[in-house]
Design a protein around this ligand. Structure first.
Ligand SMILES: Nc1ncnc2c1ncn2[C@@H]1O[C@H](COP(=O)(O)OP(=O)(O)O)[C@@H](O)[C@H]1O
Ligand SMILES: [Mg+2]
Length: 552
């Protein structure tokens, strides 16, 4: 059973223990198609959004296929495979999740027709694999090379990934910001978004106020109001402990008979704290970050010496800060030496009203960057964060691979055309499967057209005739509603997103088509599907890979 916002879509018959043959196939196909149907209307910048409400009433509004599937309560095994392809797609290519799922749904719809014509699923799979290989060749032949410093093209890539995802107000700024962020962390060997780019959010202001900070931001305020708010040329000590007075153990008693003695006892206690702070000062520290607490008396000393202290920083942030500032993590302030200190051009507390954050800018490691998202409501912030994640990933993919293509349905129409030509060179049933694949490919532009409120028959005819005349980059500009040359627009996508979405879709469709027997397994009542199962191995059924084309 799958549920979108609590509404069940497909139900597995709980009374039945086993379904075989055509029944099993058609049940699986129906389940998988329902998943594709659920995300289809979100495709493209004019796609609709989905409102997802969870059990406790938390609302998510999103246009992101992967997010919708993540939040859907999917239990049908075949439907779960569709969810899995969206994850694979996201991991491998960073974007194109909706496209992959929609294409898988189209491939299954076509397959169903062929099964009715008595074409065996094995032959359909073989034809699909041949078509997928051909499709990849066609895509590669239309791809354009991009170099790392073609910032304008990279920006278009980011723009395309961002459009239709809640960022319209500041599309241009956000695209520029994504490119700058990736260029800052780009690496010859591996551009690591996860460890280098931090995305934080603040309620207040609008999306336009979203900024790129070259450095790190801690969701914390300084520990004492008498400490400086801003430190230039920061020398940063990071401790995984705190600084606290060592109290004498509770069982021991000190007999105090005069005020002088009292003073002495205090002095002794505080001397340990003072020694620790003095050691920090001697090492040249002006910013102190600790994982544990700092007590009042220590704060007082630190403030007096103009040291900015930040206490009780969680372990994750401590690790990031160590990476960003180049500090060595220490467990004893007495051991701190000048070499252990990290550095930043500036550490400053900023914020609106009572809400403060600490900004570490110009860190020793220039790869530490932060995107500070502003918006008026949390559900907008979340959608913008998801869009940024897509955009950062596509820019990274393009930097890594160096190949892009114009979108707007142009690649799919071109592929479909070549597949039809290819099909005519084949004989028998494979020809049917390859033609079916071509039909399925056109399902993507068809959805883009439908989601823009245009007439699919009319537009598809126009698109096909342009491509037949050799205009390979003509697609649909959803904003003007015109068929036009996409090379005059900003709609550019990584080759990898397109290639991977075909791979993901074919893998899923083939896997679903191969199953002709579904039975309730002994232990769980339903077929046992581990969500962590990789897409290419499902309950002992090996997914076909594109490499074994030709063999069966
Ligand atoms: N301005 C545009 N005009 C036409 N098509 C566009 C435009 N921007 C994006 N697209 C197309 O929208 C599709 C991607 O839609 P999207 O909702 O992001 O789904 P996905 O999850 O597959 O990336 C791609 O086919 C892309 O070419
Ligand atoms: Mg997208």
């Amino acid at each position: 059973m799958a549920a979108l916002g609590g509404q069940p879509i497909i139900i597995i018959d709980p009374g039945k223990k086993r379904t075989t043959g055509r029944d099993a196939q058609s049940m699986n196909i129906t389940a998988a198609k329902a998943i594709a149907q659920a995300v289809k209307t979100t495709l493209g910048p004019k796609g609709m959004d989905k409102m997802l409400v969870n059990g406790v009433g938390y609302v998510t509004i999103t246009n992101d296929g992967a997010e919708i599937l993540r939040q859907m309560d999917v239990q049908h095994p075949a439907a779960m495979m569709m969810v899995q392809i969206s994850r694979t797609q996201e991991k491998e290519a960073g974007d194109g999740t909706t496209s992959a799922v929609v294409l898988a749904g189209e491939l299954l719809t076509q397959a169903q027709k062929l099964i009715e014509l008595e074409v065996h699923p094995t032959l359909i799979i073989k034809g699909y694999k041949m078509a997928a290989k051909k499709a990849q060749e066609v895509l590669e032949s239309t791809a354009i090379n991009v170099t790392k410093d073609e910032t304008e093209v990279l920006k278009k890539i980011a723009l395309t990934a961002l459009s239709g995802k809640g960022s319209e107000m500041a599309l241009d700024d956000l695209a520029t910001l994504c490119v700058e962020a990736i260029q800052a962390i780009a690496d010859e060997t591996e551009t690591d978004i996860e460890h280098n780019i931090q995305i934080i959010s603040q309620r207040g202001g609008s999306i336009k106020d979203t900024k790129l900070i070259k450095g790190m931001v801690l969701d914390k305020a300084r520990a004492h109001k008498n400490m400086p708010k801003k430190i230039d040329n920061a020398k940063i000590a990071i401790l995984d402990v705190g600084i606290e007075v060592q109290r004498t153990s509770t069982s021991s008693k000190i007999k105090i008979s005069s005020p002088e003695q009292m003073d002495e006892a205090y002095q002794e206690e505080y001397q340990t704290v003072k020694d620790q702070v003095d050691a920090l000062v001697a090492a040249g520290v002006n910013v102190l970050v600790t994982q544990k607490g700092i007590d009042d008396i220590s704060l007082h000393y630190l403030a007096k010496l103009n040291i900015m202290a930040i206490r009780r920083v969680n372990e994750d942030d401590i690790k990031k800060l160590v990476r960003a500032t180049g500090a060595t993590l220490r467990s004893n302030s007495m051991d701190i030496s000048p070499e252990d200190l990290g550095s930043a051009d500036l550490v400053e507390e900023r914020g609106m009203g009572n809400y403060k954050m600490l900004y570490f800018e110009g860190c020793e490691n220039p790869k530490a960057v932060t995107i500070d998202v502003h918006s008026g409501a949390d559900f907008i912030t979340e959608e913008v964060k998801r869009a940024l994640d897509d955009a950062l990933n596509v820019v990274k993919v393009v930097l890594d691979e160096g190949k892009v293509m114009y979108g707007g349905g142009a690649p799919e129409i071109e592929v479909a055309m070549h597949l039809r030509e290819y099909a005519s060179t084949l004989s028998g049933r494979e020809q049917l499967a390859v033609s079916a694949f071509a039909e399925a490919m056109e399902g993507l532009p068809r959805s883009l057209i439908e989601n823009s409120g245009l007439d699919p028959v009319d537009m598809l005819v126009k698109l096909r005739s342009e491509h037949n005349n050799g205009n390979r980059t003509v697609g649909l500009n959803v904003f003007t509603g015109e068929v036009s040359d996409m090379s005059n627009t900003n709609v550019v996508e990584p080759l990898k997103v397109k290639v991977q979405s075909i791979k993901s879709a074919v893998d899923a469709a083939a896997m679903i088509l191969r199953v002709d027997d579904v039975f309730a397994s002994k232990y769980t009542g339903l077929m046992d599907v581990d969500p962590e199962h990789r897409i290419d191995s499902y309950d002992g059924i090996q997914a076909p890979s594109l490499e074994d084309i030709g063999e069966d």
